[in-house]
Design a protein around this ligand. Structure first.
Ligand code: 8DG
Ligand code: MG
Ligand code: MG
Length: 143
């Protein structure tokens, strides 16, 4: 992959809402700057945004989501990273199909664990693209 010319990629990220809380996971990184981010991943060939959202949330947390709705799109540059990247992030919101279902950490090499966090009292540090979104005043609960 590193031998190919870099191109923007499409990421689908999901704000899974439960009461006034949102699902965040602590992202593993090669350095010590692990940050809290949303579940999500790369859009696969032929997928709808909603299909990608449901698949990534299931793969990463085991949770089943429903009522996916488009929130916004952001253009995210990670040019200072060891492997520079550029993502078009499609942000959806969703709710649990079964509100009693709890997240599992199914990708332990990528994530330290999932938990619910109060939107008005988010943990730190937040993954940079999400922090920018929060600072812009976006609120998935009132959208
Ligand atoms: P995959 O192999 O499962 O498809 O990918 P992944 O390993 O789950 O990828 P990811 O890093 O979780 O998501 C892909 C990219 O989406 C990520 O590198 C950058 C972009 N992205 C944002 N904002 C967010 C966010 O809040 N959460 C996540 N997970 N990705 C985000 O721009
Ligand atoms: Mg993934
Ligand atoms: Mg992911």
């Amino acid at each position: 992959e590193s031998s190919e010319l870099p191109v923007p990629k499409v990421g689908v990220v999901v704000m899974v809402m439960k009461e006034k809380k949102i699902l965040l996971g602590k992202r593993h990184t090669s350095n010590s700057n692990s940050t809290y981010g949303l579940p999500g991943g790369h859009l696969e060939f032929g997928e709808s945004f909603e299909e990608c959202a449901a698949r990534e949330v299931k793969e990463e947390t085991g949770l089943d989501i429903e009522k996916m709705e488009f929130v916004m799109v952001t253009n995210n540059l990670f040019l200072d990273d060891p492997n520079p990247s550029h993502y078009i992030a499609i942000i959806l919101r969703a709710v649990l199909a079964d509100p009693s279902q709890e997240p599992q950490n199914l990708e332990t090499t990528k994530c330290e664990g999932w938990d619910w966090y109060d939107w008005n009292n988010l943990p730190k540090p937040i993954f940079r693209p999400l922090e920018i979104l929060v600072q812009s005043g976006l609120n998935p609960f009132t959208k």
